[in-house]
Design a binder for this molecule. Structure first.
Ligand code: IMP
Length: 432
């Protein structure tokens, strides 16, 4: 099984960090392929909590190679901060490599993120303000700067000499106040280059060699299918591809190597940012779930996440575009104690039943959720969950198994992993 890809099936924040950490145990190489410091992956190892934005969660497993692929947009300041933090906690971080083809988030991208959002009116996506959109815009416009460019002073100077006046005009046109200087940016970038030079390399080659040698590679998807630039809720999503196909493009290896796809599903739905959310819950149930789940505040922005019932219309679409072999269902413990549990099985639009996710956001905004009710399961203590997991699937509450069976039947994808808490031990692997 050379390469496994883990992707989010909802709006991001499905608990991928935990699943990647769990699956990472058997991997030799862990690679990120999309997004940037807008992502936030939380991993709990024993009593130690780690939050990553940019570097792969596997970097704490010092014996494994960790890769930031070409599809990622790298904010060098965030990257260096994460490296320094990990070093301060006793991790050498000599197992990290960054693609020379990955684009750099420049300081002006963050300025433009704020300015663009302020002028977008109802098209505002509620971005994380990390410069993600403007960086991918420049990549597509072929005016980006890549990490490899940091190591070539002449090339970098040439780029900045035409880019800085161009960006300055755009910032002024948006009534922005930021003053850019070629000299200042050049110095900043060369400084990043000297600190990052040992990490920057041809990571596609490293992956290729690892796969050729039969080593196990785990691809760590960031964000989720429904904020993917093509398959998400355009224009309210992010600017990268978050679906399984992006793992090949964003890392520089062929799809033939991808042998297993895991779609991570949170047992309920959550989202940060703006836009329609048919299965959204209101208070007091929303704050009950948010508070019980503890983590339902954006890892990157700290914003409270909007929460709702599980939405099968979304999940059927995700199953279609990602072809997962298994679903990994997280936070089943959070839903415990609610009875009955509701699941959105289809939408109603203009008097018609809709089972497929619409592309048109005006249509989506007018969709009303159609719910089915299932019996809830008992809320039990964390150690009781862990004891049950040790015995096996049949020890889990019958109603919970019924919920999982329903989810699997409706999406056509078997459940392969179950998570009932933040710890590694609170995970059950039932993949065949
Ligand atoms: P951007 O990626 O910062 O441009 O933000 C665009 C939209 O995607 C906003 O609604 C963000 O809240 C959302 N978003 C970006 N990254 C994540 C993530 O990792 N989890 C959940 N939502 C995200």
């Amino acid at each position: 099984m050379p390469a496994t890809v883990v992707v989010g099936t909802q709006w991001g924040d499905e608990g991928k960090g935990k699943i990647i950490d769990f699956c990472g145990q058997g991997a030799d190489v862990i690679a990120r392929f999309n997004g940037g410091s807008n992502a936030g992956h939380t991993v709990m190892v024993g009593k130690e909590l780690f939050r990553f934005h940019l570097i792969p969660s596997g970097t704490i497993r010092t014996e494994k190679l960790n890769i930031v692929g070409n599809g990622v947009v790298v904010d060098p300041a965030v990257l260096l901060k994460e490296i320094e933090e990990l070093k301060g906690r006793g991790y050498p971080v000599d197992n990290l490599r960054i693609s020379e083809r990955a684009h750099m988030v420049m300081p002006y991208h963050k300025v433009l993120d704020g300015l663009e959002e302020s002028l977008k009116g109802s098209l505002k996506a509620g971005t994380t303000m990390r410069g993600i959109g403007p960086c991918y815009e420049d990549k597509a416009a072929r005016i980006g700067i890549r990490t490899g460019d940091l190591l070539d002073e002449r090339l970098l100077r040439e780029r900045l000499e035409y880019l800085v006046p161009m960006k300055q005009r755009v910032i002024r046109a948006y009534d922005g106040e930021e003053v850019l200087s070629v000299k200042g940016l050049l110095e900043e970038c060369l400084g990043y280059g000297s600190k990052l030079k040992d990490y920057i390399t041809d990571t596609s080659l490293l992956l290729h060699d690892a796969l050729r040698e039969g080593r196990q590679v785990l691809f760590e998807g960031a964000q989720g299918t429904h904020i993917d630039i093509d398959h998400g809720i355009y224009p309210y999503g992010t600017s990268s591809n978050c679906v399984v196909g992006a793992a090949a493009v964003g890392s520089g290896i062929g799809i033939r190597h991808m042998r297993e796809v895991i779609g991570v599903v949170k047992a309920f739905t959550s989202r940060v940012g703006t836009g329609p959310f048919p299965a959204e819950l209101s208070d007091p149930q929303a704050s009950y779930l948010r508070d019980k789940s503890l983590g339902e505040y954006g890892t990157t922005t700290g914003r409270p996440r909007r929460v709702g019932w599980l939405d099968l219309v979304m999940l059927r679409y995700s199953a279609r575009v990602n072809s997962p072999d298994y679903l990994a269902v997280t936070k089943l413990d959070v839903l415990a104690g609610i009875d009955p549990v509701r699941v959105c099985v289809e939408y109603e639009y203009d008097g018609e039943v809709m089972r497929n996710f619409p592309a048109n956001m005006n249509v989506f905004a007018s969709c009303r959720p159609v719910f089915e009710e299932l019996p809830g399961w008992e809320d039990i203590r964390e150690d009781t969950w862990k004891e049950a997991l040790k015995v096996g699937y049949d020890e889990l509450p019958g109603e919970m198994r019924e919920y999982l069976h329903f989810l699997s039947k409706e999406t056509g994808v078997p459940v392969g992993l179950i998570s009932v808490g933040p710890d590694r031990e609170a995970t059950l692997d039932i993949r065949g």
